[in-house]
Structure formats: C-alpha cells, structure tokens
Ligand binder design. Structure first.
Ligand code: SAM
Length: 284
C-alpha cells in the first residue's frame, strides 16, 4: 500500500546518512568534487573553489560524540543509550573501542533496516568480534529482526508504536532506573508531529533520569533546505514531521511542552564555532 511505499522511502535515508558520515569521519573536513557527492553537497554549508566542505556533517558527528561521551563519563558508564532510528550508525563500535560502553546500548529501526544491519554484522568479523567479546555467551542471540548481547541490542520496531517499543526494550533488558540517553539523529522529521510528540512525552515520563539529543533540520526556507526538500520529494520521501518554518524556539518548546524540565537548541553554525578550535583550524 501507499504506507509501505512511504516507509520504504524513509528507510532509504539511512544510506544517505551512512555515506555522509563515512566521508566526514574518515577525514574530519573533507573536500570533495561537487558532482560526485550530491547528497553530501546538500548537507554542506560552504562551497569554495568547486569543492564542498562537509561542515554540517563534521559538526554533527563531532557534537553528538561530545554529548554522548560527556553523558557516559558523568555516569561512569553506569547508564543506557537508546539510539532511535539508528540506521547503520556505528557508534557502538566507537564506544567499545574507546572504552566508553554504557551498561547497554540499544538501537531501534524498522525491521527491514535492522535485518540488513544484523546481516552485515554476522558476515563481517570486525563488526561481530567486538560484540562477541563483550558478551558472556560466545554466540549472539539473533531472532528475525532483533539481535541481543550483553551490551548491545538492535531492535526491529516501528517507533510509532510505543507500547510495542516499550515491550521490546524491556524484553532486551531496559532498566528505567538507570540514567538514560535517547538519541534521534534525523529521525523525528520522518514521523508525524502527533507521533513524535508521543515519543517525546513517553521519553520524559518513562525514565528516572534522562536526556534527549535531537538533531534535525530547522528553517528549511533557505537555499539548502529547499534543495534537500526537493531531493527527498523526488524520491517520494515524505518529511511528515517538518514544518519548514520551524525555529530553534519551536524545537525547544516541543520538549518543554511535553514533560521536559529543560531544553536547549543550537544551530549548526553555532555548534561548529563552539567545537574545539584546534580541530577546526587544522582543516579550514
Ligand atoms: N540516525 C541514523 C544516522 O544518523 O546515521 C540514521 C538516520 S536516517 C536519515 C533515518 C532513519 O530513521 C532510517 O534508518 C529510518 O529507517 C529510521 N526511521 C524513520 N522512521 C522510523 C520509524 N517510524 N520507526 C523506526 N525507524 C524509523
């Protein structure tokens, strides 16, 4: 049906995210010829001499990592992370590598995406080894669209069905008394405002101590916003949750009006400018 088609278009965005993250991670400030990377081009904010600086992705990856690490260190790893709409994100391996694994790292995405990710993990030892090493059992528990181990669970579940989401998370060992960090990177834009509000409320009432990192587009009325919207529309990907005029204040209020005590919002140029200067100067 048309719902399936719409969801399929939304699922396809996890590949855009992965490609852009990969290039921006492998070289923090990468310059690329424009025609080769149309999607990365959309995400960038500066074009110099026909090359594109991936400032947007660089700032996003850096800033999210800084916040994640601060939360984990503050709790001495005695916490949980739930990555909502995680796609093919590789944060688990980074945290494992840096000795910053929380008690448990959960990911949720559509079953179809999770199945792809589990397949990749199963077939690539550099991905499966760190999970097995942190597991008391030498084999991973994989059932259809879920994978479970001591420190990492990947759950195939639509985020718009909260009772089912809660049931799954509990089944895989969620502890609502542990400090919990929720992360949604470019995910809520694909969910209707009603459904994302439910999710934000659920997060504010379910955990004893919690923080929510939400990264998404605001003010899509500028040139970059328009190009991005056109590109998604061409692929019939519906941005169900985007009011193209939303501001940092509407973002903040979304949380403050739905059970959260504090909320802060920053635009990515401000984030970029507040990143550790030594890193930035090396590349600009
Ligand atoms: N957060 C990842 C990242 O930053 O690399 C992926 C971002 S990608 C743009 C959006 C992801 O959200 C996709 O993997 C998509 O399948 C997932 N997603 C969107 N709507 C969802 C829903 N209702 N339930 C579960 N996952 C959803």
């Amino acid at each position: 049906g048309s719902n399936d088609t719409a969801d399929e278009a939304v699922r396809s965005t996890c590949d855009d995210a992965t490609v852009c993250k990969r290039v921006s991670c492998s070289l923090p400030m990468l310059t690329l010829p424009v025609p080769n990377f149309p999607l990365c081009q959309l995400m960038s904010v500066q074009a110099i001499n026909g090359v594109v600086l991936l400032i947007g992705y660089y700032a996003r990856v850096k800033a999210v990592n800084i916040l994640l690490d601060a939360f984990i260190k503050k709790t001495s790893c005695n916490c949980q992370i739930i990555n909502l709409g995680a796609g093919l994100d590789t944060t688990f391996w980074r945290l494992q590598d840096q000795n910053l694994l929380p008690k448990k790292y959960f990911e949720v995405d559509f079953p179809m995406i999770v199945m792809r990710k589990i397949h990749l993990i199963k077939t690539k030892p550099p991905l499966s080894k760190p999970i097995i090493e942190t597991n008391s059992n030498s084999s991973l528990l994989i059932d259809g669209s879920n994978m479970d181990s001591d420190r990492y669970a990947i759950i195939g579940q639509d985020l718009r069905d909260l009772p089912a989401l809660m049931e799954r998370l509990k089944k895989f060992g969620l502890d609502t008394n542990l400090p919990t960090l929720l992360l949604a990177e470019c995910v809520l834009v694909y969910i209707t405002p009603e459904k994302s509000t439910e999710l934000i409320k659920w997060a504010s009432t379910t955990f004893h101590t919690t923080m929510f990192i939400n990264y998404e587009q605001v003010n899509m009325t500028d040139r970059f916003g328009q190009v991005m919207i056109e590109n998604l529309q061409r692929r019939q990907c519906h941005l169900a949750g985007v009011d193209i005029c939303q501001t940092l204040d509407t973002q903040k209020n979304r949380f403050l009006l739905n059970g959260w005590d504090h909320a802060n919002a920053m635009d990515m140029m401000t984030v970029y400018n507040s990143l550790p200067q030594a890193d930035i100067q090396r590349y600009v």
